[in-house]
Design a protein. Structure first.
Length: 116
């Protein structure tokens, strides 16, 4: 006797777990590069999926940096706006990096240009 139930002969669908790496506040641009690699690997192109994946992955202390965007996201390009603002708000400016180097690093045998 043959089985007329089409689902009985179907092969099970492979389910792959998608997981973002932990947020890297010291290097948010590098973290987003990793995230975008994950999006590409799993074929995620939808702006809202990207946006909500990042929002759900943020620890509260970093989500508080962009709470204005989380509460009132833009109508379009949510992910790009969130990415841009997180990078801008958490990245140390070049001026701050130079100041930190001058205050805390010893020059030793190194040239100043090696710190930049």
């Amino acid at each position: 006797m043959t089985d007329n139930n089409p689902t009985a002969n179907a092969t099970p669908t492979e389910r792959v777990t998608f997981r973002l790496p932990p947020f890297w506040p010291e290097q948010p641009a590098a973290w987003f590069a990793q995230v975008e690699g994950q999006f590409n690997l799993y074929g995620i192109t939808d702006d809202e999926k990207k946006y909500y994946s990042v929002v759900s992955n943020l620890d509260t202390r970093y989500a508080s940096e962009v709470v204005d965007i989380i509460i009132s996201p833009p109508n379009a390009q949510k992910y790009e706006k969130l990415k841009r603002e997180l990078v801008d708000r958490l990245s140390t400016s070049q001026e701050e990096k130079t100041k930190q180097l001058l205050e805390f690093e010893e020059l030793g045998d190194r040239k100043p240009s090696q710190f930049l």
